[in-house]
Write a protein that binds this ligand. Structure first.
Ligand SMILES: [Zn+2]
Length: 182
């Protein structure tokens, strides 16, 4: 498909979405769109996950509009903008759960293990390297990376109280299962 066909595919999907009713993938109805538009969002959790197109947090957890505050960046790491987003979720949206969701077969983890950087990818690789060290197993490295991000969040001092739980998790791209790892 060329870029114009791809854009049409996305816009066709958007038309379907606008008429969608609540379904098994969470509430994406016109009603919830109206409710959240007029009354604002009240997400139940913040999910920090990878940009990988196989990892779709709203679908993985079967939630709909207004349910998840998602911070997505390759390798599910947190830069200052990500931290700012997290601070907003914690301090202004009053979320009680933060999940760092890594996944198997992560390209950012692979790039780090194999030292395959790039002009800007190097920023990611350097950050992930701090968490995974010399681990060469992809899944074990993903887990270490998630643990590193969880530790970073716990060290940030943006949690106003202990009611906020921070968990690390791994999404298995083959089975679709999410395992809590910390
Ligand atoms: Zn990834």
């Amino acid at each position: 498909m060329d870029a114009n066909k791809i854009l049409k595919r996305l816009l066709d999907g958007n038309l379907e979405y606008m008429d969608a009713k609540r379904n098994h993938l969470g509430d994406i109805s016109k009603e919830i769109r109206e409710k959240t538009h007029h009354h604002g969002q009240n997400p139940i959790a913040c999910c920090i996950c990878c940009s990988d197109s196989r990892v779709i947090p709203e679908k993985i957890f079967m939630v709909g509009i207004g349910d998840l505050f998602v911070i997505r960046v390759a390798g599910n790491v947190l830069d200052n903008y990500g931290i700012a987003s997290l601070e907003y979720a914690i301090c202004h949206l009053n979320i009680k759960l933060v999940m760092v969701l890594g996944h198997t077969k992560c390209g950012a983890i692979g790039a780090t293990i194999h030292n395959e950087g790039g002009k800007y990818i190097n920023y990611l690789v350097e950050d992930i390297k701090k968490s995974i060290g010399n681990e060469e197993d992809m899944t074990k490295a993903s887990i270490l990376n998630v643990k590193g991000v969880v530790n970073k969040i716990n060290d940030l001092n943006i949690k106003p109280n202990n009611e906020i739980k921070v968990v690390g998790a791994i999404y298995h791209t083959l089975s679709g299962k999410v395992d809590i790892i910390s």
